[in-house]
Write a protein that binds this ligand. Structure first.
Ligand SMILES: N[C@@H](CCC(=O)N[C@@H](CS)C(=O)NCC(=O)O)C(=O)O
Length: 200
C-alpha cells in the first residue's frame, strides 16, 4: 500500500490525494503539520532531505517527493497521462507552468494569508506576487476559452495540478470572477467521477 506524508490544507498534497482517489488506489495518509516543523525532523529529512510534503512512500518502500513528479509516476499508463508523446509533453508543459508561473505566486500568497496568517509580515511580498499570479490565471483563462480541459480536451494530471491551488485562489486574495473560463473549468473538474474535496 502507498503511504502519503501530507497536510490536508496543502494544495500540493491535495493533488496527490485527488489522483489516488481517481485511481482508487488505497493509501495510508500520515498527517504532517508543516506549521509545527514536522517536515524538519531528522526522521522526515531522512526520507526527503528537502523537508517538504507531499512525500509518497511506494509500496516497496521507496520515497518520492515533488507533487507533480508523484502525479506523473502514479498516472503513467492510465487515462490521466496521454500516451501520445506530444500530448504527454503538453501535460508536462502545464506541470512546469504550474510550478514556475502559478504555484509560487498563488499558493505562496494563500499560505501567508490563509494558513500561516502572517499577511502583515509579508505584505510587500504578497503585493509583489499578486501581478504574476493574475498573469498566470489570465494565461489559463485564455487557454480554457477554446477548450474544456488543458490538454487534448480530456481531464488529465495537468488539470489536477492546476486545480489544486486555483480553486482556492480567493484564499490568497485572487478574485476569480474576472476569469469566467477558469470558473467554468473549476466547476467541470469538480464534476469528474471520484472527485474529492480538499477538506475530505
Ligand atoms: N515543489 C514542491 C513544493 C512542496 C512544498 O512547498 N510543500 C510545502 C507544503 S505545500 C511544505 O512542505 N513546506 C514545509 C517547509 O518548507 O518546511 C511540490 O510541488 O511538491
Amino acid at each position: 500500500m502507498y503511504k502519503l506524508y501530507g497536510m490536508r490544507d496543502s494544495g500540493n498534497c491535495y493533488k496527490v490525494r485527488l489522483l489516488l482517489n481517481h485511481l482508487d488506489l488505497p493509501c495510508e495518509n500520515i498527517a504532517t503539520d508543516i506549521l509545527q516543523g514536522e517536515t524538519r525532523t531528522d526522521e522526515f529529512l531522512a526520507l526527503n532531505p528537502n523537508g517538504k510534503v507531499p512525500l509518497l512512500i511506494c509500496p516497496d518502500g521507496r520515497p518520492l517527493a515533488e507533487s507533480n513528479a508523484i502525479l506523473t509516476y502514479l498516472a503513467e499508463g492510465t487515462d490521466y497521462l496521454p500516451e501520445d508523446s506530444y500530448e504527454g509533453a503538453l501535460v508536462f508543459q502545464w506541470l512546469f507552468f504550474e510550478q514556475y508561473s502559478h504555484e509560487r505566486f498563488i499558493a505562496t500568497n494563500r499560505f501567508w494569508m490563509h494558513l500561516e496568517r502572517s499577511a502583515a509580515t509579508h505584505r510587500a511580498q504578497i503585493e509583489a506576487n499578486h501581478g504574476p499570479g493574475l498573469a498566470a490565471l489570465g494565461v489559463m483563462n485564455d487557454h480554457l476559452a477554446e477548450r474544456d480541459f488543458f490538454v487534448g480536451d480530456r481531464y488529465s494530471i495537468a488539470d489536477i495540478a492546476l486545480y489544486a491551488y486555483t480553486h482556492v485562489a480567493d484564499e490568497g486574495g485572487y478574485d476569480l470572477s474576472v476569469f469566467p473560463h477558469v470558473r467554468r473549468w473549476i466547476a467541470d473538474v469538480a464534476q469528474q467521477p471520484r472527485h474529492q474535496l480538499m477538506s475530505a
